[in-house]
Write a protein of this length. Structure first.
Lengths: 114, 110
């Protein structure tokens, strides 16, 4: 069964460093998402991406964040200068297309900023 | 501000019990409501509801939406220990995309 994959599973970085979280969505899916979940808190939407551009983003997704689909396979989330409060589980998700609303989530990347 | 509220936040039952999880929402532009099950890590999709009064069913799980009263319920009958998880309700809002509730942590004891 096709699945969304994410790497790394755990990333530890120092405050102020840049991190790139990688996701490989399900092949042929057209919509891509990033969410985060701070430990013990609810899942929060960050950004959605369709047709090679951001379609929606939340207030959390400020200038420190960027997304890219560099090669038609990977979907990346970059945090330019990490802060302690960026520590969270980051989930990537994808869905097939218009009218199909089921999102498939990846296993997540746990980001720890020290 | 868009919000999704779930209740109870935590629930402990014994195998065989039936549970009802609640989700209420206030969003600007409702498109659909989704239920997810989150075990160790990533949420997995359970149901998507767009119309009031139409029950969605999958095995022992069922869900229904009331768009007039702005809530949905998720029922699980004959619970099993494998049902232990956090159940997330999310609303697809055209403006902000997906707004998640805090989840209900269900523990099913043998």
């Amino acid at each position: 069964e096709p699945e969304v994959t994410q790497t790394p599973s755990h990333q530890v970085t120092q405050m102020g460093q840049e991190v790139i979280l990688r996701c490989v969505p399900i092949s042929n899916h057209l919509y891509f998402y990033w969410y985060r979940q701070i430990l013990g808190q609810k899942v929060e939407f960050l950004v959605s991406f369709y047709n090679n551009e951001i379609s929606e983003k939340s207030e959390i997704f400020d200038d420190q964040f960027s997304v890219e689909r560099p090669d038609g396979s990977n979907f990346t989330l970059k945090i330019r200068s990490t802060k302690l409060e960026d520590s969270a589980m980051y989930f990537c998700a994808s869905r097939a297309g218009t009218g199909i609303y089921e999102q498939y989530f990846g296993p997540g990347t746990r980001l720890t900023v020290t | 501000e868009d919000k999704v509220v779930q209740s109870p936040l935590s629930l402990v039952v014994h195998e065989g019990d039936t549970v009802t999880l609640n989700c209420s929402y206030e969003v600007t532009n409702f498109r659909s409501l989704l239920w997810y099950k989150q075990e160790k890590k990533a949420p997995t999709f359970l149901f998507m509801l767009t119309s009031s009064g139409i029950e969605k069913k999958s095995g022992r799980l069922s869900s229904i939406l009331d768009k007039k009263e702005l809530f949905s319920i998720l029922n699980i009958t004959a619970t099993q220990t494998g049902d232990s998880a956090i159940y997330l309700c999310a609303v697809d809002d055209y403006g902000q995309n997906f707004v998640f509730g805090p989840g209900t942590r269900l523990s099913v004891l043998p």
